[in-house]
Design a protein around this ligand. Sequence first.
Ligand SMILES: Cc1ncc(C[n+]2csc(CCOP(=O)(O)OP(=O)(O)O)c2C)c(N)n1
Ligand SMILES: [Mg+2]
Length: 373
Amino acid sequence: MTQTTTDSAHAAKAAKNMSVQTDNKSATPTTEQKLQWLRSMQLIREFENRTMQAYQQAKIGGFCHIYTGQEACAVGTIGAVNHDDPVVTAYRDHGHALARGMTPEACMAEMFGKIHGCAKGKGGSMHMFDKPNWLFGGHGIVGAQTPLGAGLAFAEKYKLEVMGEGKKKVTLCYLGDGAIDQGAFHEALNYVSVHDIPVIFIIENNGYSMGTAIKRHTANSDNLISRGQSYGINSIEIDGLDICHLYEQFKPFAEKCRESSRPGFVDLKTYRYQGHSMSDPQKYRTKDEVESFKEQDSIARLLSQLMDSGDMTEESWKELQSEIKAQVMGAMKFAEESPAPEANELYTDVYANPEKNLSPTTDFGHGLNNPLL
Ligand SMILES: Cc1ncc(C[n+]2csc(CCOP(=O)(O)OP(=O)(O)O)c2C)c(N)n1
Ligand SMILES: [Mg+2]
């Protein structure tokens, strides 16, 4: 799917939302970064609460997967790389989109199926795309984004080493624990190791693939990094519930991948508070288990650190929460009021424009005017 006319508008507003992607070369986060992460994680949480409400009111249709509980994963890892390092992920993607700097307006309007959504409302919850913010989806087929991550990283390496353009980049490719069993993922791991491609496969290991616990779906489930190691890839386990610790581990790891042009594999341990999707009775886990993870909540943990250090007070936290609430309510209103796409949008952004000499026409236009359709 190609980009939208709203690109520049939401790219311009992006800086406000973006998790801090600073020039801080140190692996120790600054107070400014921590405060920005708190804002970013709380924005995702509030956004997801409103998403669930809108889904229950049938304002959002189709599949919809909630990111609540996993906020530190997207915010901490995206916050450790540069804004122009490519990111690609699976269908549980609202958190990555917001952490990358997509406006809540464009993200919510996409789910409402409206024209001002990031993909003109044609992708929906699972297909958040934002080229100006270097986000290449949102993919619904489990594991499909892993060869794409390899390709995105290869393209950047090729640009630099063959065409002499650009700079050293590292690509972040997220997948769930359920996706590690896919053949395409193993092909991607093999390829990137053989060809020295700087992509990091970040397994957001929330312990479940739909209703199947990790121990029941994958061999050697308490040693996932052996998968990466068996392909000669530098691999680490990280606690994904503690954002400061996550950043301290991930930042140098990502820089090493970038500098040495080598891939990486991260088993990022996390937990989702909601069901797999909006229609999941959750019979496969106990309430006590969910509660035990809520007690380790990543937002509460960072908040208490910031309060202990005197960088946040009860009052400033309340202010931040109401500011974010208002921001998300604004996004809901924006999504409600945005028009539905015109019928002829059905024919745009479906195929790439035909290449010269591969088209029977000299007109490379698309949509209803394209005689190839
Ligand atoms: C190739 C393929 N097989 C099955 C599905 C159905 N499916 C959708 S999500 C999912 C579970 C994936 O779990 P995981 O990778 O752990 O991600 P999580 O939902 O936990 O974020 C499955 C099996 C699919 N979308 N694609
Ligand atoms: Mg999972």
